[in-house]
Design a protein around this ligand. Structure first.
Ligand code: FES
Length: 176
C-alpha cells in the first residue's frame, strides 16, 4: 500500500488484532506526549507494551502528536529497532558483525535459519521464535554471540543453539 493511501484510511476503519487495544496506545501516548521529543519515547513504550507497533497505533499516535501518519511511519522505518508486525515469544538476535563472523558466525547463522525455518525478520511457524540480525552485541570476546530476548549467549555453536532452542520451546519445534 502506498503511504498516501495509509494516510487516507479512516482510523475507525482500521482493524486491530486482539493482542492490543486503542486504549493501550492512548495510555502510553497520554503519559508521554507532553515531554519534549515525545515521539520516540512513545514508539518505544508502545512496542514494549504490545511487542510491535500496529498500523492502527500509528494513526492514534499521529493524531495525538499532530503529525501525519507518513511522518510517524518515517520515524519507525528509520530505526531498525521498531517492528510493525507481531513477533514470536522469543526474539533471537544473531550478531553479524566482524568478530562474530570471524568465529564462525555465518555457519551459525545458516544453522539457526535452517533450524527455525525462517530468514531474518521471520517468525517460526509455531510463533515461538523471531529471527533478527544485529551488528555487535558488545560480547565480541565470546564470539560468536546471539541474544535471546534480553539474554546474551556467547561462544555459540550449532549444538549449543539446538540445546537452547529445545529448552525454550514450549511447543514442539521441528529441529532439522
Ligand atoms: S561482533 Fe558480535 S558481539 Fe561484537
Amino acid at each position: 500500500m502506498h503511504m498516501s493511501e495509509v494516510n487516507q484510511q479512516p482510523l475507525d476503519a482500521m482493524a486491530y488484532a486482539s493482542d492490543w487495544t486503542p486504549d493501550m496506545v492512548r495510555d502510553e501516548v497520554g503519559a508521554l506526549k507532553h515531554k519534549p521529543g515525545a515521539l520516540l519515547p512513545i514508539l518505544h513504550a508502545v512496542q514494549n507494551r504490545i511487542g510491535y507497533i500496529p498500523e492502527g497505533a500509528v494513526a492514534i499516535i499521529a493524531e495525538a502528536m499532530q503529525q501525519t501518519r507518513a511522518e510517524v511511519h518515517g520515524v519507525i522505518s528509520f530505526y531498525h529497532h521498531f517492528r510493525t508486525h507481531p513477533v514470536g515469544s522469543k526474539v533471537i538476535h544473531v550478531c553479524r558483525a566482524e568478530a562474530c563472523q570471524a568465529m564462525g558466525g555465518r555457519m551459525l547463522e545458516a544453522h539457526i535459519k535452517a533450524c527455525l525455518g525462517v530468514e531474518y525478520h521471520g517468525t517460526s511457524a509455531d510463533n515461538e521464535f523471531t529471527l533478527e540480525p544485529v551488528y555487535c552485541l558488545g560480547n565480541c570476546a565470546c564470539a560468536p554471540s546471539i541474544r535471546v530476548n534480553d539474554d546474551i549467549h556467547g561462544r555459540m555453536t550449532p549444538k549449543k543453539f539446538d540445546r537452547l532452542a529445545d529448552k525454550f520451546t514450549t511447543s514442539t519445534l521441528d529441529i532439522r
